[in-house]
Write a protein that binds this ligand. Structure first.
Ligand code: NAI
Length: 319
């Protein structure tokens, strides 16, 4: 274990650190020299109730092993109070792990506004509030590391989780923009879609799978990404769990370029559909399309050929 990465002198805030993945992160950083703020509201996995014991137990566990930790019991919606705890106890914050989360699984048909609002509040607003409060400190000290937590549900969709999926994919856009804005201040942000056994997943996964998916198997990637050993990844998306670490990126088909005149109809798009959706020669973009280049290429295109008729007869359209 001689090459173990350490975090001496670093202050780490882990939200939702009273259990599951958050607890594993908190123990990891504390064991490797960091001062840790163990934040947890201590509610149910559906976001009901609160209990200070969730955070207290983890703080005790860290202290017993000789580590440095303080508890914070605020909801991540009040991120400024969590960051204030870090500054009061340890003088700063260097690493923020936005991990707290809840579920309100229900089919879209039966979803209530309250199910939607609570999920977006905890995941999106919570991550925003914590990052927003840490940001001026990160900028001033020219050092900051953020991990945001997405989910396979956000990347691929998941039955009964429209609220959670929407909130989790928001973490990707949030991270990618933080990465761009933070780069010149040495603020590095990445996003993970973890999979791990926790109270969140114990009712939906079989026992043999749960045994293979310990939170401890997610932690090392996060430990690496926020360490000074990471010189390459900023704004990146990772899937991680059960010993598997994989990076995700966008893929764009090479696409079809159509003439922009009155021949650019739905039927003309249909005529070029195979080309528009052909991934044989893909691009792996890190930004929007180069429209100036496309405009140049499009200058001498002929009028578009028309495909089969596209009709909206008898349809009512709301725009
Ligand atoms: P967990 O339920 O074991 O832990 C989440 C912790 O967050 C709990 O201790 C809870 O009290 C705390 N929390 C909830 N709302 C809070 C709030 N408003 N303020 C402060 N703390 C709050 O769940 P788990 O599995 O450890 O999840 C951690 C993160 O990973 C979540 O963001 C979750 O959505 C995400 N995730 C987990 C997956 C898994 O396979 N376990 C899969 C994909 C994403």
């Amino acid at each position: 274990m001689g090459n173990e990465i350490r975090y001496d002198g670093k202050v780490v805030v882990v939200t939702g650190a009273g259990g599951g993945l958050g607890r594993a992160y908190a123990l990891y950083f504390a064991e490797r020299g960091a001062s840790v703020v163990v934040n947890d509201l201590g509610g149910s996995f559906k976001g009901e109730g609160n209990d200070t014991r969730a955070a207290d137990v983890v703080v005790e566990e860290i202290k017993k092993k000789g580590g440095k930790a303080v508890a914070n019991y605020d909801s991540v919606e009040y991120g400024e109070k969590i960051i204030e705890t870090a500054v009061k106890a340890f003088g700063s914050v260097h690493i923020l792990i936005n991990n707290a989360g809840i579920l309100r699984d229900i089919s879209f048909k039966n979803m209530k506004d309250a199910d939607w609002d609570l999920i977006t509040k905890v995941h999106i607003e919570g991550s925003y509030k914590c990052a927003k409060a840490a940001w001026p400190i990160f900028r001033k000290q020219k050092y900051g590391r953020i991990i945001n937590t997405a989910s396979a549900a956000g990347l691929f969709g998941s039955f009964g989780q429209t609220n959670y999926s929407a909130a989790k994919l928001a973490m990707v856009g949030f991270t990618e923009t933080l990465a761009k804005e933070g780069a010149k201040y040495n603020i590095v942000s990445n996003v993970i879609a973890p999979i791990a056994a926790s109270r969140m997943t114990e009712t939906v996964m079989p026992p043999e799978l749960l045994a293979a998916l310990k939170p401890d198997f997610v932690v090392p990637l996060v430990g690496y990404l926020v360490s000074d050993a990471n010189k390459t990844e900023n704004g990146a998306i990772f899937e991680v769990g059960g010993g598997h670490v994989a990076k995700l990126r966008w893929e764009r088909s090479s696409g079809a370029l159509l003439k922009c005149d009155d021949s650019l109809t739905a039927s003309a798009v249909l005529a070029r559909w195979a080309e528009a959706t052909d991934f044989k020669n893909p691009q792996y973009p890190e930004g929007p399309n180069d429209f100036l280049g496309l405009l140049e290429q499009a200058k001498n295109l002929p009028r578009n050929a028309q495909g089969p008729e596209v009709s909206f007869k008898d349809k009512v359209v709301l725009v």
